[in-house]
Design a protein. Structure first.
Lengths: 271, 271
């Protein structure tokens, strides 16, 4: 299998460039890529040092692949002049955009992961604090302020989902664990009943749930196939009878679960 | 000011396309954009319905701008056939990549925010659990397992930073608040001293800190200019005397703070 050296170069965090690079390269499973992220390349000096590294790498074999989001022309040109195969994720689209919008671009460093105003910062902090305070069924009397209450059996993925919703979108997301006791009936627990319209359920493949639970509590009834099957079936029956939307987390990343809830519950993002 | 309807269309979450779209459009402050995210457009039927919406929008004025990451050719062609200005963030680079790598792409839906294997899922869950358990100076006896211990005055941004590091990169990140008492000296608190090499400091503009603290505790000594100035100065003196790297969070987003710590502390990401 060929191995190809790949660099993601950005004047900021490089998160966007890295995500697009990974998405593109995942289309080439035949090739092994060695990907390095070089963030904060924001001066000509750093660009020059990077170009030197790239040229050295090129001498070892094939030209390295470079995926970049660089706003500054001088920095971009230094990188582009190296002995590389250059995929310019930014400049490729700026020209056509300028033409379509009939205005020049500002060529200032993007703010996609950049400086936030105070209101945005506050929304995010408040949302993170809310998710922490109301994690795992704590402070159910705060549910009046929740935009969504994520429910599900223990270890179905509620905590990361709520933290993600708060960090990524500034959503006030609480979570409530459906305990074995709650799941002996398919009626909504008393703490949840008044907030039915805000509930969003998580479900999971019982075998996967068992795998997750066994990592920490192997041998427990809690982690047995029977308990996992029973809890998942009861949770789904509860969602259906109360008309609660739900998502199966088994094959989904936190990003996908979060985007699904945002979309299906029509939540208004703050960030 | 002109207002331009803009759509981000993806067969998955659309997070990558949205971030790149925002980064590109931020270069045109003269134009107002009305951006809508249309995630999970993963069937020809959904694509057809989307194309109809786009065509209707085009009849109202200018052609909408469309930024898309769509892997499936049939879906992409349906969108491309609408009356739009199309910025294809995916296909633009796939052709040149195929040529450079001399292999065909698999044309399968990307995994950048997709299905994770169980090991990755576990790393992320463990890291999130660790961050929750060790938030705000709790369980300092777990620091042996920490990859980084984020320290700073109250409200300097420690909690979101650690949650982000755990969710985004699978890093075991604990955080410890430097209390007013801790800050009466520039010596490291006893709980931190044995873990000096793992510490990473946050600092913040004292005026901004005051603004944040006053939101919840206005009138308190805790939120007074004098306290904020004193605590920030002492924290920075502590970092300098103990040789602890630190980052100023005042004008940075959580993504930037996280990427800076990952980079400067040379942490090994798991995700």
């Amino acid at each position: 299998m060929q191995k190809r050296f790949t660099y993601v170069i950005s004047d900021r965090t490089g998160l966007t460039a890295e995500a697009l690079c990974q998405s593109l390269l995942s289309q080439f499973p035949q090739v092994e890529f060695d990907i390095e992220n070089l963030p904060f390349i924001d001066t000509p000096e750093k660009a020059q040092a990077t170009a030197t590294t790239l040229n050295e790498k090129a001498l070892q074999g094939q030209k390295p692949l470079v995926f970049a989001t660089l706003v500054n022309d001088e920095i971009r040109e230094i990188i582009a002049s190296a002995n590389i195969v250059f995929f310019d994720l930014f400049d490729t689209f700026i020209g056509p955009l300028e033409k379509e919008l009939t205005v020049d671009s500002s060529h200032s460093v993007g703010k996609s992961h950049g400086v936030l105003d105070f209101a945005e910062y506050s929304s995010r902090m408040s949302a993170v604090n809310f998710a922490m305070t109301t994690d795992d069924g704590m402070e159910t009397d705060h549910y009046a302020r929740a935009e969504v209450v994520v429910i599900g059996a223990s270890r179905s993925g509620k905590t990361p989902t709520c933290l993600y919703l708060s960090l990524q979108f500034g959503i006030f997301a609480a979570n409530y664990p459906l305990t074995t006791e709650d799941l002996h009936t398919t009626q909504l627990p008393p703490a949840l009943a008044p907030h039915q319209h805000k509930l969003f359920g998580l479900t999971i493949d019982p075998f996967r749930l068992q795998q997750i639970r066994q990592q920490r509590f192997s041998g427990d009834t809690y982690a047995s196939p029977k308990t996992c099957q029973f809890e998942v079936a009861q949770a789904e029956a509860m969602y259906r009878s109360a008309g609660i939307p739900f998502v199966n987390t088994t094959k989904k990343s936190v990003e996908e679960i979060g985007a699904t809830i945002l979309h299906e519950a029509s939540l208004r993002r703050k960030l």
